[in-house]
Design a protein around this ligand. Structure first.
Ligand SMILES: CC(C)(COP(=O)(O)OP(=O)(O)OC[C@H]1O[C@@H](n2cnc3c(N)ncnc32)[C@H](O)[C@@H]1OP(=O)(O)O)[C@@H](O)C(=O)NCCC(=O)NCCS
Length: 165
């Protein structure tokens, strides 16, 4: 079945919850939130994470679906000055990697940013995550000198990347 990349609707908070928990379990070093702090969150948490985001004019969530199964996701937010689109939470199911889904998700958000008048895209990547580092290189993201730890107590370093759109 072909994989579809599309915007998430507010009513689809369960899809976002399911794909988010999969991503945190599968790629714990790629994201600041942890599975431990996310897995027992009640329905209100996920409704509260999804609806205000997709209903906000400067935020969006994209989902990749294979039939009814969520197989990828991306969050993006545009700053108040309409200069930069910030990407986050990108994940593609392991068995579907290498098929261009990550690229399609990123391109959807970059196009939305450009259509909104934005000229720059930014994101943070864990330096040790070589697959993602190569992926962002492929998409023409450039490293900045900005680094920080992934989360409090972590030894993992994340670096800010940017791209002119
Ligand atoms: C990073 C990630 C989103 C890439 O998604 P994907 O759908 O596999 O990416 P694409 O198929 O669009 O890849 C596009 C290009 O990126 C590069 N790339 C992707 N994965 C790569 C890897 N593992 N090693 C080297 N280069 C890679 C390649 O140049 C690839 O083009 P090619 O297949 O023609 O060689 C995916 O590996 C993933 O979900 N990883 C775990 C979560 C994660 O790290 N998220 C990022 C958080 S910052």
């Amino acid at each position: 079945m072909p994989v579809t990349v599309r915007l998430l609707a507010a009513s689809e908070w369960r899809l976002w919850r399911d794909v988010s928990l999969q991503s945190l379990a599968e790629s714990p070093d790629a994201f600041r939130p942890t599975l431990a702090e996310s897995k027992d969150q009640p329905e209100e948490f996920w409704r509260g994470a999804v609806a205000p985001t997709v209903e906000h004019e400067r935020c969006n969530l994209w989902i990749a679906v294979n039939g009814d199964d969520p197989v990828g996701k991306l969050f993006a937010r545009i700053d108040e000055e309409l200069t930069t689109v910030y990407m986050g939470a990108l994940w593609v199911a392991p068995d579907l990697r290498g098929a261009g889904i990550g690229t399609r998700l990123m391109q959807a958000a970059e196009e939305w940013g450009k259509d909104s008048g934005v000229t720059r895209s930014e994101l943070w990547v864990t330096e040790a995550n070589q697959a993602a580092v190569h992926f962002y290189e492929y998409l023409d993201y450039l490293p900045t000198y900005d680094t920080q730890v992934l989360r409090e107590g972590s030894k993992l370093v994340v670096r800010r990347l940017q791209k002119t759109l």
